[in-house]
Write a protein that binds this ligand. Structure first.
Ligand SMILES: *Cc1c(COP(=O)(O)O)cnc(C)c1O
Length: 396
């Protein structure tokens, strides 16, 4: 039988069975509009309220601080655009990192065209932002720092709590400055606590944690003013207009509850799977480098650059044998440019082009890793045999 092994859980995850069941009634008999006053509306409102509690619990926020959105991308847009549009009288400088998801990076690039200045912090070979660089980048007119909690391609965890502390200290001196973090990859995989991080804004997305695509949330610290981006309805306490997607919100809530409950156990299991894979690669294979500092990463991501091959070619080859991986973020696939994240590590073009992300999920088993280890070395070797540079090297 043809075997399929899904190792692209950072792109999206399958819907958990319990999550699916929590969603179903709101697709059928409980179809009310959460803004309606009658019984049907109240039923829908109760589901949204329950989900708001569940999402808040996952990140240690108050329910009133959670704004439901259509996903991580919209949460990032609302956070960054909303914050700077409401506060540009205090300055027009933004600090972010070189390895943000395109939903942060492209908003920043767009704002540069609208009179804002953006500093992109480097991450060096370990894939982690340096606090000294951040301190040096802060200016009189800096109003926003947006640094992701964990990277989606290499999994590196950023020093967000230290950034939050710096921002809080600046606030205490009277400076107008805010801190946003994209926690889409981190939430549900590592402890994510808005009080510990001291952030003002934090983005999460449902489909990265076993719930449907098309729903997410932005945490907005009490008192933080945002310029509304979706105009035309009074939902979400005037912060995001539009009829709530009750079924997906209910599903998202359930997924957050499960993620919180199982966080430690899932993380331990995924770390073990991922590490056993990496250890075997280390023993069995040659001419590769691991990307992202080991020891400061999400439990589920391995990113490896293989020399003498194109990642794209390896991806297709693995796919033909039932193994699903990716070369970078799902959002940039299709472009032939090497991953900007791998480039930001200082890797040359060859290594950037040869990068593959293996992202594990809770449905993966040790047998999946075994199968991967059976296929991967052969696939890499076969592709390398097409490379004159490689053949020259092994001939020596
Ligand atoms: C997937 C992802 C997003 C985008 O979330 P969507 O819900 O797909 O819009 C944003 N940031 C990071 C880090 C992601 O991995």
């Amino acid at each position: 039988m043809f075997r399929r092994v899904y190792l692209d859980n950072s792109a999206t995850t399958p819907i958990d069975k319990e999550v699916f069941e929590a969603m179903l009634p709101f697709l059928t008999e409980k179809f009310g509009n959460a803004s309606s006053i009658h019984f049907f509306g109240q039923e829908a409102r109760a589901a949204v309220d329950r989900a708001r509690h569940q999402v808040a619990e996952l990140v240690n926020a108050r329910p009133a601080e959670i704004v439901f959105t259509s996903g991580g991308t919209e949460a990032n847009n609302l956070a960054i655009r909303g914050l700077v549009e409401a506060n540009d009288k205090y300055g027009k400088h933004i600090i972010t990192s070189e390895i943000e998801h395109s939903a942060v990076k492209e908003v920043c690039i767009d704002l540069e065209k609208r009179g804002f200045e953006v500093t992109y912090l480097p991450v060096y070979e370990d894939g982690i932002v340096k606090i000294e660089d951040l301190k040096n980048a802060i200016r009189e007119d800096t109003i926003l720092i947006s640094v992701m909690m964990a990277n989606n391609e290499i999994g590196t965890i950023q020093p967000v709590a230290e950034i939050g502390r710096i921002v809080r200290e600046l606030k205490e001196t009277g400076k107008k400055i805010w801190f946003h973090t994209d926690a889409v990859q981190a939430a549900g995989k590592i402890p994510t606590d808005v009080e510990e991080i001291n952030c003002d804004l934090l983005s999460v997305s449902a489909h990265k944690i076993y719930a449907p695509k098309g729903v997410g949330a932005l945490y907005v610290r009490r008192g933080v003013r945002l310029h509304k981006q979706n105009i035309g309805g009074h939902q979400e306490r005037e912060r995001r207009g539009g009829t709530e997607n009750v079924p997906y919100i209910a599903a998202f809530g359930k997924a957050c509850e499960l993620a919180k409950k199982n966080l430690a156990a899932d993380a331990a299991r995924l770390t073990e799977l991922r590490n056993s894979f990496e250890n075997e690669v280390g023993e069995k294979m040659t001419d590769f480098v691991f990307n992202g500092k080991r020891g400061s990463r999400l439990p589920n991501i391995a990113n490896i650059s293989f020399r003498f091959i194109e990642g794209e070619g390896l991806l297709i080859n693995l796919d033909m044998q039932g193994i699903a991986v990716s070369t970078g973020s799902a959002c940039s696939s299709g472009s032939l440019e090497p991953s900007p994240v791998i480039r930001a590590l200082g890797r040359n073009d060859e290594l950037a082009r040869g990068a593959i992300r293996f992202s594990f999920g809770k449905e993966n088993t040790p047998e999946d890793v075994e199968y991967l280890l059976e296929i991967l070395p052969k696939a890499v070797e076969n592709l390398r045999r097409l490379s004159p540079v490689y053949l020259q090297k092994v001939a020596k």
